[in-house]
Structure formats: structure tokens, C-alpha cells
Design a binder for this molecule. Structure first.
Ligand code: F6R
Length: 606
């Protein structure tokens, strides 16, 4: 949460900072601010306001800014309300700071070092500035060293010292910072999307290392003062892949990109028609040696885990748990060295998932991460990583990350089934051939977007809505329901349709919208009966059904037909339909689809 940027070099910094903050705004959009070293006066000047980056831009446009060195921040509020004075950067004495994370001992620090008089905001972050100022006696690195050893909590700090021209300092614990240097200057940011405009080579600043950036050099050192070589990574995202490319919202663009993202994710892992993780360095004994699997993830990524759970049970007949990462450590999980823990995360920075993975590995489990962002914290914490090839996902509501996570999971199931002798080579090949058909099936759903847009019109006025299904259909509806509620603010609940009559059916009244998905042959009859039960209580039923299952019974509900795939694979095309539904409801309600209220894309607080 919170987006950070810093640049020092040979270009006007104002536009670099503002553009990067626009790119990073999905990390938080409660307030925005920049601090620049003004060329004329040499002073560090701050421009900040509650609200979006566009308001900060307007403020900057009204001001005189001439600078080639500065830092910036977009905030997701934790400590203190959404008001100007809580916006970053914070300045105390000679020190100006932007911060991502939570300083847990800020109250103790204020009392112990008597920092109160220098503080103006309600934030924990300003305390970091005050502490650095307290320790600063002309040597920035010495001050940072002292400060970080007293701070408790998570932090990515980016710091300007008044009397250090053109120089930016940074240090972090848990919260991410990536950096790079190009011909134009040195740049750092919370995530790589903001660096793509300069270069595709970057490094992750290691925890408790101090980064010193000057226009033509960077120095990385540990807390003992020893110089450390940065480990560069390459991101193969197009330089413009974090732009909207003509779509009104990133969410639509990202929904549309799914067929290509799936292909990119699976193609490199299919060798001679067989699933193969050799190029990822994932050994087969990781799968053959484990006795149970435990998935840890949050939100949409956890919903992807539910699909893997169904597949593993169905195909591999194996024990598998899916745990909400935030609950994991506190639920006395059964973990040992025969457990394979799979951490699933788009950002690779979700702190609950990271902590759950660390906990599991401390208890002997092997860790495999399914991650979209290369070099992210969870990727580095894990024994093995399978990267999804979704490219940058900017809309807060996850779409292509989810379906590419699913694609990786299908590959895992196929590989495991083959290794365990459950599938022959032919059966494995047939499973993979069906997986390869997914992009085409998704395209068929995308081609129906006008029809789905019309369907969205039926729920736009709803206050409450239910989504019902069984088995895999229920799992995807949990994700569809999350998608709808987060972007449209309609209260939506996914229910296993067989459970309705044990309570929730009491909430169905005349015209309550009920979205049903029917894609699984063996439970279709029961699903249809459940749909009839709600309809006879007045519900307005919206049915998405696999075309080949539809008959005169379902014709009563005028279903939106989903393309035919084998039942296990219907998850992916059906998910696209539900994503489009949520998207159009949000659009037609006139909301900022990409930035739903109260949310942030990267959740780095517990
Ligand atoms: C919902 C959504 C969130 C994330 C969750 C985990 O659309 O995006 O529920 O899935 O915050 O994030 P990652 O995948 O980055 O760990």
C-alpha cells in the first residue's frame, strides 16, 4: 500500500514524479504529494494535498517548480484521516520523508526521544522523519543506520536531507523498493511499473540496506557500511504495457488481455505437449515428495486456490487445504516437511501471504509461489516460483492475474497427475490440449460483451444480490461476487445453492437478483432445482450456462450461453463473463472502476 517514487538525474523531475504517481496510484489514492529540491534556492519544497494525483498535478501546475531531484508518494491512509497535513512527504528539520508501511513503536519513539514538538500530523510516518532529524549530524547514512535499528514495524523510507544536494536515500524492511539507474538518472519506486518508462532492468533493494542515489551513481550498502552489488532483474513487460491503450479503464483492458496472457503463461511450460517446469527450476520431487498441499492467499488469489483445491481432489485424490493467509498462523495449521505450501499472489507483496509462507517454511514446509511480479518479496521468500505472465495489472480489481494463476494451477495438476501415474502420457496430453483451448473459449465470451452489458442493466439498481452454484461453479461465483461488490458497491453474496434453504433463502424476495452459473454436468439437475426454488420466491434469475447443457428447462431462464469446454475447464470462460458483468455494472453506475473506494492494489499492512 502507498506508492513511492524518487528520481535524481538530468531531467525535469516534476513530470517524472507526477507521471509515476499516476502509474502507482492503484497502491493508494487518499492523498498525494511530492518534495523537490528547488534548483534556484536549493531548498526542499513540498507540494501535497488530500485526494488524487490529478489534484496534486493541478497544485503543481500553479506552482513554480524547477528541479531535477525529488520524491513522491500516493497514500493509503492507516494512521490519521484523509487530510492535507497527513499527506506525505513529511518534513521535520532538515529531513523530508515519504513512507510506506507501519511504524509500530511510533508512540514509544515520540516519548523516548521527545519528538512531540516537531510533529504536525497524526501519522506514524512523520515520526520517522523526526527520528532521522534527531539523529542527523551531517552524515545521512549514519543517521539512517541509527534510525532503522530503533524502528519496529514495516517501512520503505525515501529520504531527502536539506544539505545533501541531488541525493536521495532509501532503506526498507518488508515494504518493497525497487531501483535502477539509466543514462537519464537514478530512480526508485514501490514497484516496477513506475520504472518501465526508463528501463526494464531493475533491482530490489534488500531489507536493511541503505541505498544512496545520485544523478550518475548508486551505492548500496549494508548496515555495517559494506558495499553490496545490486542483483539486477529483467522485466519483459512492454514499456507501454502499463498504459490504457485506448480503453476507458484498465479493468476492461485487462479483461480483454486474458486470452493472450493465458497463452503466454502456459506456452513456455508445455514441451512436446506435456506440462514441464524445468525452465522454472521446479523439480518433480517437489510434487512427488509431498503428502499434502496447503494454499495460502488472500482475496482473489485465495479464490484461485479454491479451484486448485477442487482439481487436486478430483484428479489427484489428495488432501489439500486452502487457508486465508491472514488466518493461517493463528489457526494452528498442520504443517510438516511433507507439506507443500503454495503461496498465490499477484503483487507478491501481500503481507499476510508473505507472513503465512514464512511461518510454513519455519515449520518445515517447502514453499512454491505463484506470483505475477518478478523479484517481489513472496517470490524471494519461496523455495520455488512459477511466474504468471499477466503483465502489469493496474486495475485494483484483479482479473487477468486470477485467470493466469488458474492456468498455472492446471499445469501443476497435469504434471502431478502424470508424475503420480494417475494420468498416462496420452491423458496428460489431452488435458493440456484442452487447457490450450481456453484462450479461444475466453475470446468467445469476450465477443458476447454487448449481451453481458445488457444483462448488467438488470442488476444496476440492486442493493443486494446473490450468486448461486455448486462445486466449481460455487467457487467461481465467490470470485464473481467479490468482483461485483468491490467495483459496483452492490452487496453480493455467493452461496452454494444447496445451502440456500438452510437460511439465506429467507432473504429472497420479489425481484431479488440471483446470478446462477451452471457448467458442471453431474450436478446440473440439482442446480436447476435450486434455481427454480429461488425463482418461485420471486427472484429475478440471471443464468450463465454451458451451451451444451442447456435444454428446454433452462430455456425458461433465457441463459447467456458459455462456450463448451470439458467441465473442469469451464471455470475460465465463466469467470470472464462474471468479470464483464461486474465491470459494466460499475461503468454504468459512473464509478471510477479502476480505483474502488477504500481499496489499494497492494496490501502491505496486516
Ligand atoms: C480483488 C483483489 C484482491 C487481491 C488480494 C491479494 O480483486 O485484487 O482481493 O486478490 O488483495 O492480492 P495479491 O494477489 O497481490 O496477493
Amino acid at each position: 500500500m502507498c506508492g513511492i517514487i524518487g528520481f535524481t538525474g538530468k531531467r525535469d523531475v516534476k513530470e517524472i514524479l507526477l507521471h509515476a504517481l499516476e502509474t502507482l496510484e492503484y497502491r493508494g489514492y487518499d492523498s498525494a504529494g511530492i518534495a523537490v529540491k528547488q534548483q534556484k534556492s536549493g531548498k526542499t519544497e513540498i507540494f501535497k494535498c488530500a485526494g488524487r494525483v490529478r489534484e496534486l498535478r493541478a497544485l503543481c501546475d500553479r506552482s513554480e517548480i524547477s528541479s531535477e531531484c525529488g520524491i513522491g508518494h500516493t497514500r493509503w491512509a492507516t494512521h490519521g484521516g484523509v487530510v492535507n497535513r497527513n499527506a506525505h512527504p513529511h518534513q521535520v528539520g532538515k529531513v523530508t520523508v515519504v513512507h510506506n508501511g507501519i511504524i509500530e513503536n511510533y508512540k514509544e519513539l515520540i516519548a523516548y526521544y521527545k519528538l512531540e514538538s516537531g510533529l504536525d500530523s497524526e501519522t506514524d510516518s512523520e515520526v520517522a522523519a523526526a527520528l532521522l532529524n534527531h539523529f542527523y549530524e551531517g552524515d545521512p547514512v549514519a543517521a539512517i543506520r541509527k534510525a532503522v535499528t530503533t524502528l519496529r514495524g514495516t517501512f520503505a523510507l525515501v529520504i531527502l536531507f536539506d544539505d545533501q544536494p541531488d541525493t536521495i536515500y532509501s532503506v526498507r524492511n518488508v515494504s518493497p523498493i525497487v531501483a535502477t539507474i539509466s543514462e537519464e538518472g537514478a530512480i526508485l519506486a514501490s514497484d516496477v511499473t513506475a520504472l518501465c518508462q526508463f528501463t526494464n532492468r531493475y533491482f530490489v533493494v534488500p531489507e536493511y540496506h541503505i541505498l544512496t542515489m545520485k544523478p550518475d551513481s548508486i551505492r548500496l550498502e549494508n548496515l555495517k557500511g559494506e558495499c553490496v552489488e545490486p542483483e539486477y532483474l529483467t522485466v519483459d513487460w512492454e514499456l507501454n504495457s502499463s498504459e490504457k491503450n485506448g480503453y476507458p479503464f484498465y479493468m476492461e483492458k485487462e479483461i480483454m488481455e486474458q486470452p493472450d496472457a493465458i497463452l503466454k503463461t502456459i506456452d513456455k511450460r508445455i514441451v512436446d505437449g506435456m506440462p514441464d517446469f524445468a525452465s522454472d527450476g521446479v523439480p518433480d520431487d517437489l510434487f512427488t515428495g509431498c503428502e499434502r498441499i496447503c494454499i495460502v492467499a488472500c482475496g482473489t488469489a485465495m479464490h484461485a486456490g479454491l479451484i486448485l483445491q477442487s482439481l487436486v481432489k478430483r484428479v489427484l485424490n489428495m488432501h489439500i487445504d486452502v487457508e486465508l493467509a491472514s488466518e493461517f498462523m493463528y489457526s494452528d495449521p498442520v504443517i510438516d516437511e511433507k507439506t507443500l505450501v503454495i503461496a498465490v499472489s499477484q503483487s507478491g507483496e501481500t503481507i499476510d501471504t508473505l507472513e503465512a509462507l514464512k511461518y510454513a517454511r519455519r515449520h518445515g514446509a517447502k514453499g512454491l509461489a505463484i506470483i505475477n511480479v518478478k523479484g517481489s518479496s513472496i517470490a524471494r521468500e519461496s523455495d520455488y516460483v512459477l511466474y504468471t505472465e499477466a503483465g502489469p495489472e493496474i486495475a485494483v480489481a484483479s482479473t487477468k492475474a486470477y485467470t493466469t494463476q488458474l492456468a498455472v494451477m492446471y499445469l501443476i495438476v497435469a504434471r502431478m497427475a502424470y508424475l503420480k501415474g494417475i494420468y498416462s502420457r496420452e491423458q496428460t496430453g489431452a488435458f493440456i490440449a484442452e487447457l490450450r483451448r481456453v484462450p479461444e473459449a475466453m475470446r468467445e465470451v469476450l465477443a458476447k460483451r454487448d449481451e453481458i452489458h445488457r444483462i448488467a442493466g438488470r442488476v444496476i439498481e440492486a442493493k443486494d444480490l446473490f450468486m448461486i452454484g455448486r462445486g466449481l461453479d460455487y467457487s467461481i461465483l465467490m470470485e464473481g461476487s467479490l468482483k461485483l461488490k468491490e467495483v459496483s458497491y452492490i452487496h453480493s453474496e455467493a452461496y452454494a445453492s444447496g445451502e440456500l434453504k438452510h437460511g439465506p433463502i429467507a432473504l429472497i424476495t420479489q425481484d431479488t437478483p440471483v446470478v446462477a452459473v451452471v457448467t458442471q454436468k453431474k450436478i446440473r439437475q440439482k442446480e436447476i432445482s435450486n434455481i427454480r426454488e429461488v425463482r418461485s420466491r420471486g427472484a429475478s434469475v440471471i443464468l450463465f450456462e454451458k451451451a451444451e447443457l442447456a435444454d428446454e428447462v433452462s430455456a425458461e431462464f433465457a441463459p447467456c450461453m458459455l462456450p463448451d469446454m470439458q467441465d473442469e475447464f469451464m471455470v475460465m470462460p465463466a469467470s470472464v463473463a462474471l468479470q464483464l458483468l461486474a465491470y459494466y455494472v460499475s461503468c454504468d453506475k459512473g464509478f471510477d472502476v479502476d480505483k474502488p473506494r477504500n481499496l489499494a492494489k497492494v496490501v502491505t499492512v496486516e
